[in-house]
Design a protein around this ligand. Structure first.
Ligand SMILES: [Zn+2]
Length: 253
């Protein structure tokens, strides 16, 4: 049975099934005819605000927080569904001639006038764990909501640069440090919104910490047994920090 991903930019609809929250099945909630949906194996995604009447067992739940209760594959499907819905609601017109776009496939739209095809956009971003001996660099960015949280240096990839160049540039701009031995760790879709996070590690190579450009307000090198407040799972930053605390980079000094 297909599962329903009724989502918006930050929420998803779940069913309270005798105290256990789960995704609704297709036959449990009727989606009004004409609603734009996205179908991929096992799932159908639709905008949460298209449904007028919900069964009483329904619960609106934070999309990001649903990671804590949904199995990983279902959480990732929910994230994908939310991304497609967001994209569909925001990419409405051809940027060349202003005509209203039409659906061309499950992941694209086409302009009926000029034929240009549009796909969901992604903003590639990096996070990097800078290692200095047994310590790692954790910083507080002014954009973080919790003033106590310290996390990895992060930033968006700019046009014309490689991921490794982006890693070195972001560290230099935000902390004035030089690094070497930039290594890829792994990636994660991060639909809050439209981000593809790519994680790296790098080795400290010189310089004094300075938070010159104002994006970072505090930070320093921390040892694994003296951690500040960390970002929550399932963020890639936290995954990398936990891998480091588990000794995954111990041969990396
Ligand atoms: Zn066009």
């Amino acid at each position: 049975m297909t599962e329903l991903l009724l989502t918006g930019s930050s929420h998803i609809l779940l069913m309270n099934d005798g105290g256990r929250l789960r995704l609704p099945k297709e036959d449990e909630i009727s989606i009004p005819e004409g609603t734009e949906t996205f179908v991929f194996p096992g799932y159908k995604a639709a905008p949460i605000n298209a449904v007028a009447v919900f069964p009483p067992e329904c619960v609106r739940y934070g999309l990001r927080e649903s990671w804590e209760i949904l199995p990983d594959d279902k959480y990732r499907a929910a994230a994908k569904g939310a991304e497609l819905i967001n994209w569909s609601e925001s990419e409405l017109f051809c940027s060349r001639d202003g005509h209203r776009l039409e659906r061309a496939s499950e992941i694209s739209k086409r302009c009926p006038e000029c034929g240009h095809e549009y796909f969901p956009r992604l903003n590639p971003a990096i996070v990097v764990l800078v290692l200095k001996g047994d310590e790692a660099l954790l910083v507080h960015a002014s954009t973080l909501r919790n003033p106590e949280v310290k996390t990895l240096v992060a930033g968006y990839v700019e046009t014309g640069e490689s991921l490794e160049e982006c890693v070195r540039r972001e560290i230099k701009e935000e902390t004035d440090l030089d690094v070497t031995d930039v290594r890829y760790f792994g990636s994660q879709a991060w639909p809050f919104p439209y981000q593809l996070m790519m994680g790296f590690t790098a080795k400290y190579a010189g310089g004094e910490l300075r938070f010159a450009d104002g994006e970072i307000t505090s930070g320093g090198f921390f040892s694994p047994d003296d951690m500040p407040v960390l970002p929550t799972m399932p963020s890639l930053s936290r995954v990398i920090i936990e891998a480091w605390r588990d000794g995954k980079f111990s041969n990396y000094k």
